[in-house]
Design a protein around this ligand. Structure first.
Ligand code: SF4
Length: 348
C-alpha cells in the first residue's frame, strides 16, 4: 500500500509553501526544519487554507528561528491574532528561544529530542521528525485516522479507536521515504478520502480498501456522540478617550486567550454576570452581542461602549494611542466586539 501511495504522491502532492515536494526531495533538497515546525504548530487545530497567509507573514517577518527568538512577545501575539488557540503562540516563542539560545539554532532531529521542546507534543514531534528529518515515525492526525478506519473497516468509534488506528498506521509506515509517506497519507485524507464523500473511484488504495469493498466508506470513522457545549455569558467594555486612545488590557499569560490584547470585561460564566466596568463613567449597552464558540463552550458577550474623558483613570487596562492600535492584533472574539462598537454610532 505504501508503494502505491508514494507513486500517487509523486504525481499529486499538494503544493504547500512549507513543503519540499517529492521531485525536489528526490533531487536532494532538504526541508527547512524551521518551516516544518512553524507550519505544524500552526496547523494544530487549524486548516491549511487558514494557515497559508499566517505562514507567509511569519516567515517574511521572521525568516529563521533566530529572528523569531528575538521578536517582541507582543509582535508575535499580534501576528498570531485570529488563528486561535493562543497557547500555541506563547509556546512557539518559548520553543524558538530554546532552539536559538541553547541549541545553536538547530532543531533536534529525533522525535525524542523534539518532544522535550515547549509546545511540541507527540503528534507534532513525530510529524517534524518524519517530514523534516525523514525519520520513520508514524504521524497520525484526523486525516490519517479516517484513512486507516476506512482501509481496515474499523467499526469502533473515535476517540476510543485511536490506539487501534495508530497501530494500523504504524504497521503501514515504510522504512523508505517515511517523510514523503507521512505527507502522502495526509494528502490522501485531505483531497481524496475526504470526510463526507470519499472519491474512491480515483483513490490509489481502492483495491485493498475494506470500507470501499463493503460500501461503508462514508460512514467511517464512527464517532461517539459529543456532549453539548454549555453557554457562558460576559460583558466587554469598549472605551475610547477623547484623544482617540482605546482602553485595552493584556490578558494574563495563563488561561484562555492568554497573553492576548482585549477589552476589559467581566468573567465569562454560565450565569449572566453583574456589571464590572473598568472606569466610572456611563457605559451604553449596544444591545448587540458577540457569539463565539470556543473548544469547550459557546460565548455570548454583550458589548458596552463609552466615550471616556481626557482625565479618565481606569481601574483596569491601559490606554493605547490610536497609532499603536491595530484591530488585527485582537483575537477573533475581541475583534468581533470591536466591530460591534465601531458600527455603533460614534465609536470609529
Ligand atoms: S478507497 Fe475510498 S474509502 Fe478507501 S481509502 Fe480510498 S478514498 Fe478512502
Amino acid at each position: 500500500m505504501s508503494t502505491a501511495l508514494l507513486a500517487w504522491y509523486d504525481r499529486h502532492a499538494r503544493d504547500l509553501p512549507w513543503r519540499v515536494g517529492p521531485a525536489a526531495r528526490a533531487a536532494g533538497v532538504q526541508p527547512d526544519p524551521y518551516a516544518v515546525w512553524l507550519s505544524e504548530v500552526m496547523l494544530q487545530q487549524t486548516t491549511v487554507a487558514a494557515v497559508r497567509d499566517y505562514f507567509h507573514r511569519f516567515t517574511t517577518r521572521w525568516p529563521d528561528v533566530a529572528a523569531l527568538a528575538g521578536a517582541e512577545d507582543a509582535a508575535v501575539m499580534g501576528e498570531w491574532a485570529g488563528l486561535g488557540y493562543y497557547a500555541r503562540a506563547r509556546n512557539l516563542l518559548k520553543c524558538a528561544r530554546v532552539v536559538a539560545d541553547k541549541m545553536g539554532g538547530r532543531f533536534p532531529d529525533t522525535r525524542e529530542g523534539l518532544l522535550a521542546l515547549p509546545g511540541i507534543g507527540p503528534y507534532t514531534a513525530a510529524a517534524i521528525a518524519a517530514i523534516a528529518f525523514d525519520r520513520a515515525e508514524t504521524v497520525v492526525d484526523g486525516n490519517v485516522e479516517r484513512v486507516m478506519a476506512r482501509l481496515f473497516a474499523v467499526q469502533a468509534p473515535l476517540p476510543p479507536a485511536k490506539p487501534e488506528l495508530t497501530a494500523l498506521a504504524a504497521r503501514l509506515t515504510p522504512a523508505r521515504r517515511p517523510g514523503d509517506y507521512a505527507q502522502a497519507v495526509m494528502d490522501l485524507g485531505a483531497t481524496i478520502c475526504t470526510p463526507k464523500s470519499p472519491a474512491c473511484g480515483i483513490c490509489p488504495l481502492r483495491a485493498p480498501c475494506a470500507a470501499r469493498q463493503q460500501g461503508i466508506a462514508a460512514d467511517l470513522p464512527r464517532k461517539q456522540p459529543k456532549k453539548p457545549k454549555p453557554t457562558r455569558h460576559g460583558i466587554a467594555y469598549v472605551g475610547r478617550r477623547a484623544d482617540g486612545a482605546w482602553l485595552l488590557e493584556r490578558r494574563p499569560d495563563r488561561g484562555l486567550l492568554g497573553g492576548m490584547l482585549g477589552w476589559p470585561g467581566t468573567d465569562w460564566r454560565e450565569d449572566p454576570p453583574a456589571e464590572a466596568p473598568p472606569a466610572a463613567v456611563e457605559w451604553r449597552d449596544t444591545g448587540a452581542e458577540v457569539r463565539h464558540t470556543f473548544t469547550h463552550f459557546h460565548l455570548r458577550l454583550s458589548v458596552r461602549v463609552a466615550h471616556l474623558p481626557a482625565d479618565c483613570t481606569p481601574a483596569r487596562g491601559a490606554f493605547l494611542p490610536p497609532g499603536d492600535f491595530r484591530p488585527s492584533d485582537l483575537p477573533t472574539v475581541m475583534r468581533k466586539a470591536f466591530d460591534i462598537a465601531r458600527r455603533d454610532a460614534g465609536m470609529s
